[in-house]
Ligand binder design. Structure first.
Ligand code: AMP
Ligand code: FE
Ligand code: FE
Ligand code: ZN
Length: 290
């Protein structure tokens, strides 16, 4: 029997990946994936093109990765949370409004970072950086990283993050992301399901504590990403244990970004039974079958 291969976290150039949505679907087929989710940051703009590109036998999970924040009520500490959302109704009025606010926020913030760099004498032209972005696109640091590569300042996106764009660097600017509880509610109201992406990817900066996962599970979070390139073995075991304790669906995914990251599509996958459990809890937007 053919074991289904499922990758539930990928980015196209509708956000900060380098493949067009059609190329993403092609890459998924070439990697032998039966199921691929498109999860661009804060946009569903790639859904239509991806759906059209499907070949017979391929299944597309329409999704997005929402930029959210967890605020600890005791300490006031803010931690960034990437919330994967699947199978929601993309025309939900509240969701459309919040995502459009966030995309505007992303642009203001990226321009601010570009201006800081230019003021410091780096070869970055803020107008040029912004002009290179498609209208209403969710602007992200990888776009600035590409500008630094084009200017010959760094050899690749990784080096750009290490030297200029990382959280602890002087050019970093924060964003007003959606409170994670609000985002979970919005997606649930739109018939979708939510999965916390790379919860303990400590290499990316501050992460939530297990207590937050406990609270969000009680708040209606559907699942959690266990297998992710930024989780080491010990972290995977820890997240798997928490998921089982809390009754959360466990996913595994590559977080493919085309050539903006080195990870291959399908490098991490989701167990078919877990995928089924995830889909069973969604009502907002169907799977798309090629
Ligand atoms: P932003 O959404 O603007 O805060 O940028 C975050 C995005 O940058 C993530 O979604 C990743 O795609 C990318 N990213 C973060 N860290 C790195 C890194 N070290 N190397 C390459 N890309 C990264
Ligand atoms: Fe990204
Ligand atoms: Fe993420
Ligand atoms: Zn991602």
């Amino acid at each position: 029997m053919h074991l289904m291969r499922i990758d539930l976290h990928t980015h196209s150039n509708a956000s900060d990946g380098t493949d067009s949505p059609a190329e993403l679907v092609d890459a998924a087929a070439r990697a032998g994936l039966d199921v691929v989710a498109i999860t661009d940051h804060d946009t569903t703009a790639g859904w239509e093109q991806a759906a059209k590109a499907l070949r017979p036998g391929q299944t597309l999970v329409p999704g997005a990765e929402l930029s959210t924040v967890s605020v600890d009520p005791r300490t006031g500490r803010h931690v960034s949370v990437h919330l994967l959302a699947y199978l929601f109704d993309s025309t939900s009025v509240a969701l459309v409004a919040e995502q459009s606010r966030l995309r505007a926020e992303r642009r203001t913030r990226l321009r601010g970072m570009a201006e800081r760099m230019a003021a410091d004498g780096l070869p970055i032209d803020p107008d040029e950086v912004m002009a290179a972005l498609p209208a209403d696109a969710p602007a992200g640091r990888p776009h600035l990283a590409q500008a630094l590569v084009r200017a010959g300042k760094v050899v690749d996106v990784n080096q750009a993050f290490a030297e200029y764009l990382g959280n602890g660097r002087g050019y970093y600017l924060p964003r007003q992301d959606t409170p994670v509880e609000t985002a979970i509610d919005m997606i649930a109201d739109a018939g979708g399901v939510t999965v916390m992406a790379h919860p303990f990817a400590r290499s990316r900066g501050a992460t939530i504590t297990p207590e937050v996962l406990v609270e969000l599970a009680a708040h209606g979070l559907t699942g959690v990403e266990v297998d992710h390139p930024n989780h080491d073995e010990a972290t995977r075991a820890e997240v798997r244990g928490l998921a089982d304790e809390l009754g959360l669906v466990r996913t595994g995914s590559s977080d493919y970004h085309g050539t903006n990251k080195t990870i291959a599509i399908g490098a991490e996958t989701t167990d078919p039974a877990q995928f089924e459990a995830l889909v069973a809890r969604a009502t907002g937007s169907p799977l798309v079958v090629g």
